[in-house]
Design a protein around this ligand. Structure first.
Ligand code: NAD
Ligand code: GLY
Length: 368
């Protein structure tokens, strides 16, 4: 762990949050101009070899900000085509070949410059090369800044399902340069806000109230408000990951809305809904199901629905999706145990919990 990264103080324009995991602890830095400020991250590189993994959309925009800091290193790039369909085992193989071509040794580092697709694939590649080398997350979407770059879940998809291959492999640091969000589409930006709201909905009532009070500023992309929102979500997730790194218990709560959301994403062939949009609708369905099971009140569902809507997120199932098909897809979720649905539901805002063996007729009722 880099002592400089650790000791950086929080300023109004940048925030630094530690993920505490013993000798694998690291810092998440959030703020403007961080990619070009190489002093912030270059000392985290232990060896001479660096592979920058990015994609064909992000690289033309931001790759140079990173590579200009790599003078004196032996480095190369590996670029993915853009899109979830390229998060494949075959591309991990190609990235590993790129490391071999570079002559990467055990002290090599991968820089993951991009959204969650790049971060997940690059992190998994780092976990595989020589049984594990360093990688640095440089998330460029809001979703990646607040969720996928933090916590060490890495992996790729199979035709049989999303994220079926993977490893827990923590990054050496996370550099979230908020300037890069300027080129992110409004739809992708809102999808990232779904993951911010999710953290508050799961376990932080004060944060949820703060989001309600600041929803308009967030929707308008006010920088100070946004940095505070990212920092609060990352702090929340860092706490959960520190207590339950490999998801033996509490970490599963981070999947509020996911079982519904993944089914919606799959039913829409991954084109109708973005991941964050699926999570937004999924959280509302989880809240409605909780209400139906007598666990929570309609007022909580309504507060959640309102907040999601105010930042431009969908809150209802897209037209044409069949309830029985969605229920079938929900059974494919990784949390399903012995054929029984295991869902993250809540007892109201900030009080999510794991519920096993949920009555399927109640689930079906909220899918209509
Ligand atoms: P993504 O990586 O596909 O990025 C979304 C789009 O934004 C892409 O077209 C990308 O090229 C573009 N983009 C990225 N940065 C940009 C920028 N600064 N300006 C303009 N365009 C930019 O999607 P995502 O939403 O970032 O991540 C979704 C992925 O993350 C999924 O594969 C999901 O499974 C994974 N995920 C992983 C975790 C985890 O804990 N590891 C958590 C949540 C999601
Ligand atoms: N996105 C869920 C997790 O990191 O555990």
């Amino acid at each position: 762990m880099s002592s400089t990264l650790r000791s950086m103080s929080n300023t109004p324009s940048s925030r630094h949050i530690d993920v505490v995991l013993g000798d694998r602890s690291y810092t998440v830095s959030i703020g403007p101009g961080l990619l070009g400020d190489a002093a912030r991250w270059r000392e985290a590189l232990r060896g001479r070899h660096v592979l920058v993994v990015s994609n064909t959309t992000v690289a033309p925009l931001y790759l140079q900000r990173v590579t200009q800091a790599l003078e004196g290193m032996q480095w190369s790039t590996f670029l993915l085509e853009d899109g979830e369909s390229h998060k494949t085992f075959a591309n991990v193989g190609r990235a590993l070949e790129a490391l071999a071509h570079l002559g990467a040794t055990r002290d090599a580092c991968i820089l993951a410059l991009g959204g969650g697709v790049v971060g997940d694939l690059a992190g998994f590649t780092a976990a595989c090369w020589m049984r594990g080398i360093d990688f640095i997350q440089m998330p460029t979407t809001l979703l990646a800044m607040v969720d996928s770059s933090v916590g060490g879940k890495t992996g790729v998809n199979l035709p049989a399902g999303k994220n079926l291959i993977g490893a827990f492999h923590q990054p050496r640091c996370v550099i979230a340069d908020t300037d890069v969000l300027a080129t992110l589409s409004d739809r992708q930006y809102s999808a990232g806000l779904a993951e911010v709201i999710k953290g508050a909905a799961i376990g932080d009532t004060d944060f949820f109230a703060w989001l309600e009070a600041n929803a308009d500023a967030l929707a308008a992309r006010d920088t100070t408000t946004l940095i505070e929102a990212i920092a609060r979500k990352v702090s929340y997730k860092a706490g959960v990951v520190a207590r339950d790194e490999t998801e033996q218990g509490e970490r599963a709560l981070l999947n509020l809305g996911h079982t519904f959301g993944h089914a919606l994403e799959t039913a829409g062939n991954y084109t109708t809904l973005l991941h964050g949009e699926g999570v937004a609708v999924g959280m509302v369905l989880a809240a409605r199901l909780s209400e139906r099971l007598g666990m929570s009140h309609a007022t909580d569902t309504e507060r959640l629905r309102q907040l999601l809507g105010r930042v431009g997120l969908p809150t209802t199932i897209p037209a044409g999706m069949q309830p029985d098909v969605l229920l079938g897809l929900m059974h494919l979720d990784k949390k399903t145990l012995a054929g029984k649905l295991r869902l993250i539901l809540w007892r109201g805002i900030g009080r999510a919990e794991i519920v096993t063996g949920v009555d399927e007729s109640a689930v079906l009722a909220v899918l209509y």
